[in-house]
Design a protein around this ligand. Structure first.
Ligand SMILES: *Cc1c(COP(=O)(O)O)cnc(C)c1O
Length: 398
């Protein structure tokens, strides 16, 4: 049955008068989340106390949720686990991948990658004693840069700034031909576009759930390990919950079975309750359909902006095949323009140096929302209302 987008919109809480085009940064709340979290707080934490780990199934939740997230990214059951934050999971995946390719010393990434991924790689290289090197090239140059020095190709599938999408299957194939492994960051893919990790042959993947998947600020990240590597990969962050028998309290580490070993420490139970509520919406949808609708809405915005606010320059590829679920424009006064938009209830965000970013999340954004965003933006540009000191003062979070 096709998705009834009006019905899914009603499942989300959106503040009155807001057009929310920032679900790529922090997804809104599903309406059932407060009651779900409250139940876990009162009935589980409050009443069960420590018994909740067994009685309420808190310990099994990271793998159970992993299976549900896995369905959206083409990962078989038992190959995804939740926990920690994305930066931690990037480190975990990258360290394991490097160890599995011991003769090589280069991590290849691109200049469109999210800085935290690059910072984690730099830190890991330093910890490994400086024999390893992080090499970054432009997104367009990645394919040609995969040579026989590369140990791991580490990329974010959809560029957080421009929305440009890499061809995961193509790059993974090339990496394997050259003897490299892949780590894919799905921060802007999970819940945004159809992903098929198994078909692409991806080795490792990571992502977060507080963006498109609506788990709330600080929601847990996820990690995927291909079944062929599950019993081989060794976690560098070898915490007790990745141990084969955490409650044996052995003095030395033995990795747990399969994906369980990628866990590190105590899972965020309350935050996972919010994710469980959100997954009830996600469980029923086809990502192909969500993305097709996203592309229609994106095209509506692009057409509207290019017609009515032509001083903004499109930064996102025009080809549907190269797009994620966001549209970005460049303008030297991008920051002030975005603040003026937000002041009028049209919420996107700004990414330095000059990018205005609009996320498309069709489960709760429709044609009327996009039409309103276009007319507010056109008015701000026509009257220059962005040109005020209050819109130019930079906040800590942009
Ligand atoms: C959002 C994002 C992050 C953020 O990492 P956290 O540890 O969750 O703060 C990292 N990498 C990418 C590609 C992102 O888009």
């Amino acid at each position: 049955m096709p998705i009834d987008f009006a019905a899914t919109k009603a499942l989300f809480h959106l503040p009155e008068g807001v057009v929310y085009l920032d679900g790529n940064s922090l997804g809104p709340m599903v309406r059932t989340a407060p009651a779900r979290v409250d139940r876990v707080v009162q009935a589980e934490w409050g009443e069960m106390l420590i018994r909740g780990w067994n009685k309420a199934g808190w310990m099994a939740q990271p793998a159970a949720l992993g299976n549900r997230v896995g369905r959206l990214i083409g990962a078989a059951a038992g190959t995804v686990v939740l926990g920690d934050t994305l930066s931690i999971k990037v480190y975990q995946a990258l360290a394991s991948a490097l160890e599995m390719n011991p003769k090589r010393r280069v991590i290849l990434s691109d200049t469109g990658n999210f800085p935290s991924d690059l910072y984690m790689a730099e830190g890991l290289c330093r910890t490994l004693g400086g024999q390893y090197r992080l090499k970054t090239v432009s997104p367009e140059a990645v394919m040609a840069a995969i040579d026989d020095s590369v140990a791991v190709v580490m990329l974010t599938e959809v560029d957080y700034r421009t929305g440009r999408r890499h061809d995961m299957a193509d790059i993974t194939r090339r990496a394997h031909e050259m003897g490299a492994l892949t780590v894919w960051d799905l921060a802007h893919s999970a819940g945004a576009i159809p992903v098929d990790l198994a078909r692409a042959g991806a080795d490792f993947a990571v992502g977060c759930t507080y963006k498109y998947l609506n788990s709330g600020p600080g929601g847990p990240a996820f990690i995927y390990v291909a079944p062929a590597h599950a019993e081989v990969a060794r976690p560098a962050l070898s915490g007790w919950l990745g141990h084969a028998a955490p409650f044996a309290f052995d003095l030395s580490y033995r990795p747990g079975p399969g994906i369980e070993r990628m866990r590190v420490g105590t899972p965020p139970v309350l935050q996972m309750a919010a994710l469980e509520a959100a997954m009830e919406v996600w469980d029923g949808v086809s990502m192909a359909e969500v993305h097709a609708q996203s592309l229609r809405l994106q095209d509506q915005l692009i057409k509207g902006v290019e017609t009515r606010a032509p001083m903004l320059t499109l930064a996102t590829p025009r080809s549907h095949l190269m797009r994620g679920s966001q549209v970005s424009f460049r303008h030297p006064e991008g920051y002030a323009i975005m603040q003026a938009l937000i002041a009028e209830g049209v919420i996107g965000d700004f990414r330095a140096p000059d990018i205005l970013r609009f996320g498309f999340t069709p489960l709760y954004i429709d044609e009327d929302d996009v039409a309103r965003a276009v007319s507010v933006l056109a008015r701000i540009m026509d009257y220059g209302t962005w040109d005020k000191p209050e819109f130019k003062a930079r906040a800590a979070v942009t």
